[in-house]
Design a protein around this ligand. Structure first.
Ligand code: UDP
Length: 244
């Protein structure tokens, strides 16, 4: 199955390699596109927020970020090939960008963080071209839009939190002609060394959410969306016709 519908949101059934190949194609075609890395909280938000739902509908690619989306697809009898998290996607993208000469722009996070993230990425991926950075706390985005138009990156990463980043991309960045714009949530904080990822064993066990919860208790309210999400998926499964 090419796309899997979870609570009204279409997810592309791609593994990491497939997602990267599609980004290559988007850059070669040059038509501006949004890439969304969807987690359960985002799918729940899309149910309540029409503009955000529209972002999903118009996206060039939607990957399954978060173990909850993978579990949901399985429950609905439409298993996904792989979980493709935003941070895994961008890390592999950096490797590719350094090799192929793609240029990148980092927009988002607190002042100084995007620069620090860019510096660390330059060290980790020698030769990579990150041509611009900007923080994500602007009132008026004219300067940053002008800067993006001047730098003409192949890929723009927007790290301003779910919803906000995708709407900004659709509303403002698409018009600048950047071929690939990806909403990457808290990734710059991780790349700048301000926030840590869960240890590998926890990630493999699908427990990254738990690690984030104990490290950022303020996320607790948001985490309550996960049981609601799974409840909604189970309710949806009951409505599906019995498989022969
Ligand atoms: N952020 C931003 N502008 C804002 C609000 C948030 O750039 O107006 C940044 C924030 O500094 C952080 C990221 O957006 O780096 C949100 O991270 P989070 O892990 O909450 O992402 P989410 O899970 O919401 O996608």
């Amino acid at each position: 199955m090419e796309r899997v519908n979870i609570l009204g949101v279409e997810i592309d059934n791609l593994d990491l390699e497939g997602a990267l190949a599609r980004i290559d194609r988007f850059i070669a075609e040059g038509k501006p596109r949004l890439v969304v890395t969807a987690n359960p909280e985002m799918i729940m938000l899309a149910g309540k927020d029409r503009t955000f739902r529209e972002c999903f509908r118009q996206a060039g690619m939607v990957t399954a970020d978060g173990i909850g989306v993978v579990v949901a697809a399985k429950l609905l009898g439409m298993p996904l090939k792989q979980r493709v998290t935003g941070i895994d996607l961008v890390t592999e993208l950096f490797r590719r960008a350094a090799r192929k000469g793609y240029t990148l722009y980092f927009a988002g996070a607190r002042p100084g963080i995007a620069e620090k993230a860019a510096e660390n990425v330059r060290q980790g991926f020698p030769g990579i071209k990150i041509t611009g950075t900007h923080h994500g706390y602007f009132q008026d985005d004219r300067d940053i839009i002008d800067d993006i138009m001047k730098k003409k990156p192949d890929i723009l990463l927007a790290a301003m939190g779910m919803g906000r980043q995708e709407k900004w991309i659709m509303d403002r960045v698409i018009k600048t002609g950047v071929p690939v714009s990806i909403g990457v949530g808290g990734s710059f904080d991780i790349l700048a060394g301000e926030a840590r990822r869960a240890p590998a064993w926890m990630r493999k066990a699908g427990l990254e959410w738990f690690y984030r919860l104990i490290n950022q208790p303020a996320r607790f309210g948001r985490m309550l969306e996960l049981p609601k999400f799974l409840g909604a998926v189970l309710a949806c499964r009951q409505k599906l016709p019995e498989k022969k």
